[in-house]
Structures are given as structure tokens and as C-alpha cells.
Write a protein that binds this ligand. Structure first.
Ligand SMILES: Nc1ncnc2c1ncn2[C@@H]1O[C@H](COP(=O)(O)OP(=O)(O)OP(=O)(O)O)[C@@H](O)[C@H]1O
Length: 224
């Protein structure tokens, strides 16, 4: 079953005559364990698309299915139960963690909220191994780890939720070359090993080339 499917997805900022239309009926599908790069000019709508898939922005048209089920039009209760199915890896990993808390505590809170798992020790350590994060670092706060380690922790946090889809928006653009390459390796490996679909927004052609497919986003007619 296709893990993520978008058909004819459109979005807008604002309403009525002043609305700024974004996304020109985007179609894409990502199979379990597969990676798809989302590329396009600056301002074309890539981050908007990521937000739609993450459930942070409602599309103005089209359908989004996750694991074969409606993602956007689902009832609030169904959405709550399914929230863990789509997990984001932000450009700034600090966004995934509570600032003064250990990484472990932040991931534990997410597991409790999204999965009802109140003793997620095993789950968290397994996810850290998958993301190739030294488990000892889980007991540090986000400020006590490097950018690359924090991004591995963000990958661990996302994968610990057992998602069907990972959405990574420029996950390596804040890192230096070798660190970016190692974090990208961890991300692709996690997706492959866990059979999770990976939607990867990137400006980096080398990173896009590592994905199985590439989807180019263009602004709607009249806005290009
Ligand atoms: N909150 C907002 N309110 C109004 N317009 C917005 C808002 N966020 C984004 N836009 C506009 O929507 C369009 C798409 O923005 P988006 O951030 O999705 O593009 P992008 O392809 O991710 O760009 P970049 O590669 O520069 O990050 C742009 O024209 C942008 O100016």
C-alpha cells in the first residue's frame, strides 16, 4: 500500500481576492521504505507542501492519503489517533525538543502523548540506535550536543513514533559537509530499515539524487 499519496493538492495563504495561491495541483506517491525528493525554486511552495503533509496546513483542494486512509478530511478523533503516522524532521533540530529537558525526556513525552506509551525506554533506545545516536547523548539537553547529534536525535524522535511517513524539510542544510552527509546516511538508512516513506525537501541536488524519485514543485500559473 502506498504510504503517502497526494492528488491535485493546492494550498493558499489568505482568503478571497487577496489569497496567495501556492502549489499547482501536486500529485505524488511515496511507497514504504522509498524516498522522494521535493525540489523547486525558492518560494515555489516546498515548505507549504511539507506543512500540508505534516497536517499543519489545510490544503484548499485535492486529497492526501496516509497508509491508504484519508489524512486531511479525517475526523478530529481519527486524526488524533493517527498523529504518530506522519513525523517531521525540521531544519533546526532544536524545534523538535523542549530546550531545558534531556533529549530522552522530550522523546518520552512525545511517545506518551502520541502513542500512550508512558515507559518508552526501550523504544527510545532502539530509535537512537537506528539513527546512529550514541545512547549516552540521550541524557543531554539540546544545547549540550552538536548540530549533527541534535539532528540524529530529531531523527530518533521521529522514528520512535513508528511513523508511516517521515517529512524532512532541508534536514542537513544547517550542517557542514561531512556532518550533513553522515546525517543524510542515517536518514536514508532509517527509512529503508524501518520501511518508512521519506519525503525530503531539499535545495541540494546531490541529496535529491540519492532519492528514488524527484518531484519538482512549481508555483501556480501567473505566480511563476
Ligand atoms: N505565512 C505565509 N503567509 C503568506 N504567504 C506565505 C506564507 N508562507 C509562505 N508564503 C508564500 O507562499 C509561497 C511558498 O512558500 P514556501 O515557503 O512554501 O516556499 P519554498 O519553496 O519552501 O521556499 P524556500 O525554498 O525559499 O524555502 C511563497 O511565495 C511565500 O512567499
Amino acid at each position: 500500500m502506498t504510504a503517502l499519496e497526494l492528488r491535485g493538492v493546492t494550498a493558499a495563504y489568505g482568503r478571497g481576492a487577496r489569497a496567495r495561491h501556492v502549489l499547482d495541483r501536486v500529485d505524488l506517491g511515496v511507497e514504504p521504505g522509498e524516498s522522494v525528493a521535493v525540489v523547486g525554486r525558492s518560494g515555489s511552495g516546498k515548505s507549504t507542501l511539507a506543512d500540508v503533509v505534516l497536517g499543519l496546513r489545510r490544503p484548499t483542494g485535492g486529497i492526501v492519503h496516509v497508509d491508504g486512509r484519508p489524512w486531511i478530511s479525517a475526523s478530529a478523533a481519527a486524526r488524533r489517533a493517527d498523529r504518530h503516522l506522519v513525523q517531521g524532521i525540521p531544519q533546526d533540530p532544536a524545534a523538535a525538543f523542549v530546550p531545558g529537558w534531556t533529549l530522552r525526556r522530550s522523546i518520552g513525552l512525545a511517545a506518551a502523548r502520541l502513542l500512550g506509551d508512558h515507559d518508552a525506554t526501550e523504544r527510545i533506545e532502539r530509535a537512537a540506535r537506528l539513527a546512529r545516536l550514541d545512547a549516552a547523548l540521550l541524557d543531554r539537553t539540546p544545547r549540550e550536543v552538536s548540530g549533527g547529534q541534535a539532528q540524529r536525535a530529531a531523527i530518533a524522535r521521529a522514528v520512535a513514533m513508528g511513523p508511516a511517513v517521515l517529512v524532512a524539510d532541508e534536514p542537513t542544510s544547517a550542517l557542514d559537509g561531512p556532518t550533513a552527509a553522515a546525517v543524510a546516511d542515517a536518514l536514508f538508512q532509517v527509512a529503508e530499515v524501518t520501511g518508512t516513506a521519506l519525503l525530503l525537501v531539499t535545495h541540494d541536488p546531490a541529496l535529491a539524487a540519492r532519492c528514488a524519485h524527484t518531484v519538482t514543485i512549481t508555483a501556480p500559473e501567473g505566480r511563476r
